[in-house]
Write a protein that binds this ligand. Structure first.
Ligand code: 2HA
Ligand code: ZN
Length: 267
């Protein structure tokens, strides 16, 4: 069977980026077994022939209705699939879906009938929020970074912007490259619509959201930039953790130093 990527070099580049990032997630130890998900909005590549492709699955319920996604197409990692396999064979471990006209169902159109990620409701709700906000973002990532998740096991860190300020203060790059900081979603059942709704609420303010005792979600113009934000935050968490393991609590940059940075780089 012909792949949807055939004669579509731009789409192939985007799927290649997903595979590249999937490999990093595995190498980092952030993607045990099937942990984590990636979805990208590929509607801009949906030419006439993609739009007329027959579905290769029955329509499945999203679990919620997302009117902003009418006519949209996404590439999604498959449920129960491994990031390390997505890295090597993206079209065998992920699939392209089309949102049905009722905006409450989707169907798989290519290449293989791989059911999308268990966190599809969250991912699609994030994409709808990105579309309606007009920010041009196309990518959403959910992953399990050890250091950042560990920090959510400490209640004082879950107060609004406590973790943001702590991580910003570890190294100047964090504020420069993650200027909005990170939001917090209190623990909710994985894959639930409640988790999706709470995540979208936080995305109005932040590009990165921690799921308490579970993981992180990040959005961006493409999957590389979404990953970069998590990478930068994880670096800051590593500096904190390394200082703690040396037996002291790091001082962190002062508020004056952070304000100077904000002014200098127009953050
Ligand atoms: O896809 O990480 O949260 C596996 C998960 C669910
Ligand atoms: Zn998860």
């Amino acid at each position: 069977m012909k792949s949807i990527l055939e004669n579509r070099p731009e789409l192939e580049v985007k799927i290649g980026e997903v595979a590249e990032i999937a490999g990093y997630l595995w190498q980092r130890g952030w993607a045990e077994r099937n942990g984590g998900n990636i979805t990208i909005n590929i509607t801009e590549f949906a030419d006439e022939s993609i739009r007329s492709m027959a579905p290769i699955s029955e329509p499945y319920a999203i679990g919620t209705t997302l009117p902003g996604l009418k006519g949209c197409y996404f590439f999604c990692k498959g449920t129960n699939r491994r990031m390390r396999d997505l890295a090597r064979r993206p079209m065998d471990n992920g699939s392209v879906i089309r949102i049905a006209d009722d905006c409450a169902h989707y169907e798989i159109i290519a290449d293989k009938p791989v059911r999308p990620t268990s966190e599809l409701a969250s991912h699609l709700a994030m994409h709808e929020q990105m579309i309606t906000s007009g920010n041009g973002y196309k990518a959403a990532i959910h992953t399990h970074p050890i250091d950042l998740i560990a920090m959510t096991h400490h209640a004082p860190f879950l107060e609004k912007d406590v973790l943001t300020r702590l991580l910003w203060s570890m190294i100047p790059e964090t504020r420069a490259f993650c200027p909005k900081g990170l939001g917090i979603v209190p623990y909710k059942l994985p894959s639930s619509v409640e988790l999706a709704e709470a995540t979208v609420e936080q995305l109005r303010e932040y590009d990165v959201v921690m799921w308490e005792k579970h993981g992180v979600c990040a959005v961006g113009p493409d999957i590389i930039e979404a990953f970069d934000q998590v990478d930068v935050l994880s670096k800051a968490a590593q500096i904190y953790l390394t200082a703690k393991s040396m037996g002291f609590t790091p001082d962190g940059m002062t508020d004056t130093q952070m304000d100077e940075l904000k002014r200098a780089f127009n953050l």
